[in-house]
Ligand binder design. Sequence first.
Ligand code: UGA
Length: 452
Amino acid sequence: MRVAIIGTGYVGLTTGVCLAFMGHTVSCLDSDEAKIKALWEGKIPIFEPFLEEVFHEALVNLTFTSTYAEAIPEAEVVFIAVGTPPTPSGAPNLEFLSQAARSIGQHITRDFVVVVNKSTVPIGSGNWVDSLLREAVASRADRSAVQFAVASNPEFLREGSALHDSLYPDRIVIGADEPRALEVLYTLYRPILDQTFTPPNFLPRPETVGAVPLLSTDLASAELIKYAANAFLALKISFINEIGLVAERVGANISEVGRGIGLDSRIGPRFLSAGIGWGGSCFGKDTAALIATAGEYGLHLPIVEAAKKINSRQRDRVVEKLLNELKILKGRTVGLLGLAFKPNTDDLREAPAIEIAQKLIDRGVRVKAHDPIAMEKFEQVYGKMGVQLCQNAEQVVEDCDAVVLVTEWNDYRELDWETLAKKMRAPLILDGRHTLDREKLTRAGVRYVSLS
Ligand code: UGA
């Protein structure tokens, strides 16, 4: 099938590359001409494991453009995957979405086109996009030839495992009020639903993956599924962090508590890792948007609100712990291991490291940091913050009064603490992710402290 994708961020680019890998002809559109030029040159603008490899395998089916007149007329399916950044009120900014809808309406030519909201958009956006498209089509002389339907196809991929999640998803959700739209998207996703594609050899199909469930709903339900899924995952993390507070007081081990409750199949083991809490562009934004939408209907969401508060408290607890250990923060040197909001990405949006670094700097602490991938981006965006970037973990720990493990990159699990401890002014590590081996560190003479 012929597909156009508007927006080449994480969601748009991964979707485009995977659909091209399935054999569809995909045109990726982005208003950022520099990005389009880079894509033509085979340069991927984000760090995402395997994206480059799948991109190169699918290249024969991919084109890139900044022009709607090039991407849209041939397309049978148009995905909108533009950014919806948060506004100060928590409601997302829909400017890019409305621009995309209007431009699509001006350029669709097929007798039936499915326009799919893939961006995370407020409930009701499907209807709104439909009306914007209708207005744009109505203003055209050739309007009678054009028919379209709007669908919602929320994305559940995680940064850092975006390709795995797209090729082997837990489910595909399609919200559409028009049955023909569902049929088109079913055909489009068939290789993934039936798992009939030949997997790339670097991303083999896990043995447990069989046919992927397709959930077909109305538009509003699909839109709400996305928000509810992210809110639930976010509150699962906040729940374990709240229990972590109790664990700390009673002397229980929160990792074991997490494992113990997660083995109950009704609860499930994932998203129960306690620590600094969630970051990234999705959980904070989507929980805020859900609260804002509920507010429009006069509703309060105390559970979601509490999840946000607990998450933000975890950042404060890092500073409290350091204060408790070091007694005086002013003039101290603290090293941060990890800047990205999670391992295997260079994404710094709402990364806990940024907030923690700022809180420490505000208290007169000298902050050093390292990240295996995200340092260049950090320098570009937060270069003026006053964090001293180091080439490796060894440089970070040198002359530190404490080191905080912020992001659980694999590289940090294998550090030689016997050697590192000797370089520190005081061998103290605050493990913000319950990821290091307490016994090994203690044997190496390091005082090990965790958040719970
Ligand atoms: C999240 C969802 O997991 C995806 O399903 C969704 O598609 C995506 O948002 C989105 O809406 O676009 P993502 O933000 O990429 O994906 O990353 P996650 O793996 O969910 O991690 C989010 C944050 O939670 C990270 O900072 C991570 O360190 C933290 N986390 C995760 C914990 O603190 N504890 C855990 O047990 C799991």
